[in-house]
Design a protein around this ligand. Structure first.
Ligand code: GDP
Ligand code: MG
Length: 273
């Protein structure tokens, strides 16, 4: 990653009830990016945790006394999407990385993401559980949920990607800035909405293989979350269809406009009133 020497990179790490592991996650992330010899900052956003996550992170940042660590906090739990958005407001890097705080995805994998971004000349690289080279150690029920969701998303949106949910993603700063400007309202399918918007805006998205090593014995995604995620996915779908219809209508309107314009020019040229 020599070509990134001197380039600033922002890592946004949303954290919700991660008191047990947050210090080791931060240390591991710092070690990884120090080894890469990158100019990085870690923006950690505590998402209104009910445990001591914020206090511990705050204390850690004070102890390391290093301007690479930026600590932010939501007073209540608004969800991962809002936490990432908030973190982005503080990101100064040319590249922005979303990294889950639980280290299910080790940040050492990010060099492949940068290589893929360069080789494919893409604007976004997302980790994909469905990449043929991915290695997954995570519970069978999550695998099933992930496959069902994949088919649903494929059927509804036909995006040229095979996974939207993996917690390691790389963006060019200006791309994320524009994509975040679009209204993001669907908390439980935040990643999906982000990628649907990016695709609509014409940005190129590539996929990278990931190694996932589940750190928690039990997933925190319950049936309630699945239900809300489906509702949000359909809400995004209806907006997606409405946008497509509007686009189609404006194209037809555009042609009409050109036609009227031609008529106008004809009238001027021939002095017809
Ligand atoms: N579950 C959950 N995670 C959140 C929330 N806000 C931020 N996060 C962080 O988002 C990341 C992914 O959450 P996790 O529960 O591990 O989801 P999973 O890996 O998809 O099972 C972790 O770093 C969390 O700390 C939230 O409201 N709920
Ligand atoms: Mg996780």
């Amino acid at each position: 990653m020599k070509y990134l020497n001197g380039t600033r990179i922002s890592i946004i790490m949303p954290a919700y009830n991660e008191a047990d592991r947050i210090v080791s996650s931060l240390e591991e992330t710092m070690r990884t990016f120090d080894n890469f010899k990158l100019n990085y900052e870690i923006i950690i956003v505590d998402d209104g945790s009910a445990d001591a996550t914020y206090k511990i992170v705050h204390e850690f940042a004070r102890k390391v006394n290093n301007d690479r660590i930026i600590v932010q906090r939501n007073r209540s739990n608004y969800g991962k999407g809002r936490a990432l958005r908030k973190g982005f407001r503080f990101a100064k890097g040319e590249y922005v990385i979303f990294l889950d705080a639980d280290m299910d995805l080790h940040p050492g994998q990010i060099d492949t993401f940068f290589d893929i971004m360069r080789l494919t000349e893409s604007d976004i690289v997302i980790g994909s559980k469905r990449h043929p080279n991915s290695q997954l150690t995570y519970p069978p029920e999550r695998r099933l949920m992930s496959s069902v969701y994949f088919f649903l998303v494929k059927m509804l949106f036909g995006l040229p990607i095979n996974d939207t949910q993996t917690g390691l993603k790389l963006f060019k700063h200006h791309v994320l800035k524009q994509v975040f400007r679009e209204y993001i309202s669907r908390e439980f399918a935040f990643d999906l909405e982000l990628l649907v918007n990016a695709h609509r805006l014409g940005y190129k998205i590539a996929e990278a293989p990931v190694c996932i090593q589940s750190q928690r014995e039990y997933s925190r995604i319950g049936i309630g979350t699945v239900y809300k995620m489906c509702l949000d996915t359909f809400a995004i779908y209806f907006r997606f269809v409405r946008n497509r219809m509007r686009h189609a209508a404006s194209t037809v309107g555009g042609k009409k406009h050109v036609k009227n314009n031609m008529h106008y020019h004809y009238k001027i040229k021939n002095n017809v009133t």
